[in-house]
Write a protein that binds this ligand. Structure first.
Ligand code: PA5
Length: 447
């Protein structure tokens, strides 16, 4: 089984090895702060040793619960937002057949998502799809009070109860939330739902390797044990005993900070595989919410190539030189498609006849790397042997660990998100939520 590989060679035209190694101490200190629990946000380090701490009993319970829902449901709606949504979505999209929803036969329920927006049409259309369908719900909210998932859950719970009856509905709802606090915990206990706990010391964006990610991923039919095995591998490879120069998480963290110090304020996560679109969304949350504070932090962006070479490609090649790219390069495709020869060759494509589609994609990738590096865009590359559970488990842990180190190099608390409260306060004030009377008056004066 193969391991993901980080290659920073094509960034070295912009930053030197010396500049990167100048951050060695900070990276090592960051690593030590993580492992000793002495840094900012040290009450949110439960993710750090999570892969090696996951018990057989816990995995079996998750698999059993997933099996139960799989037996009974054609569709399972996973309700959650932010860290209670993106990890599961990223892994399921990364591993799924691109057209799974349109195929006539399904071995596993279709996993759909709700509560990740407040789109009225989205919810209407989902409710109308679920009419007379056998569906179940996994509702995920650590705080148990987030508005978007709470609205979706209220609607779908009522619909499920009216379709199958209150007692049967209880067997089709699983809640993942805090052990003690929050409205969802209280509601689950009153109703008697099966629940899983999100540990107090694991923040939403670091929670994919917990029931938050595992249950939806298992329901979708994927092997959560392989995901854990991959994460364990990276936990070891990025461990505190691995020296800086051999530690991929530390090197990635130091390199992106060296680039940032050199004026590269935007990091674009690039993929050449459409299945990784939501992996980038997960990554953007991880880095954006962890580092964007105190008026600091690299802006995390993403593109899907070659699609976006026909849109954002111009900006990347030729726009303001404040960007660098981190490319997720998947080595092995799961399937083979050969470009056929055509006797008339009217499209002039016979020079590609006999080649695999992926050979063309790989040349597009190499050509893009050379063009962008020539154009002044430093390039980091992460080789991913294949898109499977084992490699995604590695990638997830690698990025989490690097994020913690990188946040400490930057000097911020990577584990809080005070900035996301501001919109909520205004929204509650505008909606006249009880307890927000003063804010309501103040905000109305601004309109
Ligand atoms: O990373 C985070 O902490 C956030 O993105 C949360 O996951 C998100 O706001 C959802 O919160 P909750 O799970 O409490 O509903």
């Amino acid at each position: 089984m193969k391991t993901i590989q980080l290659n920073i060679d094509k960034a070295l035209g912009t930053v030197s090895k010396e500049q990167i190694f100048a951050l060695r101490n900070k990276a090592e200190n960051g690593m030590e702060q993580l492992h000793k629990g002495t840094g900012k946000g040290n009450d949110f380090l439960g993710w750090l040793n999570l892969p090696t701490e996951i018990s057989e009993e816990h995995l079996s319970d998750l698999e059993k619960t997933a099996h139960n829902l799989k037996e009974k449901c054609e569709i399972v709606v996973v309700i959650g937002i932010g860290g209670s949504y993106l990890g599961a979505k990223a892994v399921i999209e990364g591993l799924s057949d691109s057209f799974a929803h349109l195929r006539k036969t399904h071995n596993n329920p279709i996993v759909l998502f709700a509560g990740q927006n407040i789109g009225e049409d989205y919810l209407y259309e989902l409710q109308s799809l679920l009419k007379d369908r056998k569906f179940g719900i996994v509702v995920i909210s650590k705080s148990g009070t987030t508005t978007e998932p709470a609205i979706a859950f209220r609607l779908l719970k009522e619909q499920l109860e009216s379709q199958v009856g209150k007692e049967e509905a209880k067997q089709l709802i699983v809640a993942i939330t805090d052990e003690k606090k929050g409205a969802l915990r209280k509601l689950s206990e009153t109703e008697g739902y099966k629940t899983f706990i999100i540990a107090d010391n694991i923040g939403g964006r670091f929670s994919v390797l917990s029931p938050v990610g595992f249950l939806p991923i298992a329901i979708a039919g994927f092997d959560i044990r392989q995901l854990v095995t991959g994460a364990v591998k990276m936990e070891k490879d990025c461990g505190e005993d691995i020296p800086f120069e051999k530690n991929p998480a530390a090197i990635y963290a130091a390199t992106r900070n060296a680039l940032y110090q050199n004026g590269k304020k935007i990091e674009i996560l690039v993929n050449f595989n459409p299945k990784l679109h939501f992996f980038s969304e997960w990554w953007k949350q991880l880095y954006g919410e962890s580092e964007g504070k105190d008026h600091l932090g690299i802006f995390p962006a993403s593109v899907d190539f070659t699609t976006d070479l026909h849109s954002m490609g111009q900006w990347i090649q030729d726009g303001e030189r404040t960007i660098f790219e981190t490319v997720l390069s998947v080595n092995e495709m799961q399937h083979k498609v050969i470009i056929p020869s055509d006797k008339d060759n009217l499209d002039g494509l016979n020079f590609l006849a006999g080649k695999r589609v992926d050979e063309v994609n790989k040349m597009a990738e190499l050509g893009t790397q050379i063009a962008h590096v020539d154009g002044g865009v430093p390039n980091l590359k992460i080789e991913v042997p294949a898109l499977n559970e084992y490699c995604l488990g590695q990638l997830i842990y690698f990025f989490e660990k690097a994020c913690g180190i990188s946040g400490y190099i930057l000097g911020v608390n990577p584990f809080n998100q005070p900035g996301v409260e501001d919109y909520k306060r205004n929204m509650f004030a505008l909606l006249d939520k009880p307890g927000y009377e003063e804010e309501s008056k103040a905000i109305r004066a601004k309109i």
